[in-house]
Write a protein that binds this ligand. Structure first.
Ligand SMILES: [Mg+2]
Ligand SMILES: [Zn+2]
Length: 217
């Protein structure tokens, strides 16, 4: 590839991965005001500052992907197809704040669910990394250059286990702080911030720097 040949000094420049970095976002309590088991689009409201955060993230040109545990499906609170309307509303909320939603990935499972086919120990319920890994496979995302932003340590762990950099919004939603010796590293956020806008600013700062240094190569 032309990139390698351009070095001209015997140093092999690795070809950049064709996969792009992405920003993974948790939904409830991170982006939206937490309404347990809600699938009514009329009751979906952005947390304060989220509109501005989406505008900033949207300006970076990275895919923005929501990864969300939706155990309400397994528990029989709503049908999996009800999540379609949630996805559409999210898309609209992104659009009107100058961003695009690249994917909405949900885990509908719960081991103690009442809906038999969803009552399983799956690989996608956070803190497992399955949702991020599936999104990466399906949309060409480089997980090691990606970000995971969430409001509890299960989000951090899912992000860490997928290989992402993680930002935890410490707004009081994590109440247990359960960390054992074996999970200590996975449950340690790379950054802890007070709100989504600050999280978005960190991503913008780091990605801006990366884009700058790549442009100089
Ligand atoms: Mg959450
Ligand atoms: Zn699942």
């Amino acid at each position: 590839m032309a990139v390698s040949a351009a070095a001209g000094n015997g140093i092999r420049v690795p070809s950049p991965s064709l996969d792009r970095p992405a920003v993974f976002l948790d939904k409830d309590g991170t982006l939206l005001v937490d309404e347990p088991y809600n699938v009514d689009p009329a009751r979906m409201h952005l947390v304060p500052g989220a509109g501005e955060a989406l505008g900033l993230l949207g300006s970076l040109g990275l895919p923005l992907v929501i990864v969300s545990n939706q155990s309400g499906a397994a528990l029989g609170r709503f049908a999996v197809r009800d999540l379609d309307a949630v996805g559409e509303r999210l898309q609209a909320l992104f659009r009107c704040n100058g961003a695009a939603l690249a994917g909405f990935y949900c885990c509908p499972h719960h081991p103690q669910g009442r809906v038999e086919r969803l009552a399983i120990e799956c690989l996608c319920r956070k803190p497992r990394p399955g949702l991020l890994q599936r999104a990466a496979r399906e949309t060409g995302i480089d997980l090691h250059r990606s970000w995971m932003i969430g409001d509890i340590l299960d989000d951090v762990e899912a992000g860490r286990r997928a290989g992402c950099r993680t930002i935890m919004i410490d707004c009081g939603n994590e109440t247990e702080w359960t960390v054992t010796r074996s999970t200590q590293e996975d449950r340690t956020p790379h950054f802890i911030v007070k709100d989504l806008l600050t999280a978005a600013s960190i991503v913008a700062r780091v990605e801006g720097r990366t884009a700058h240094s790549q442009a100089r190569l």
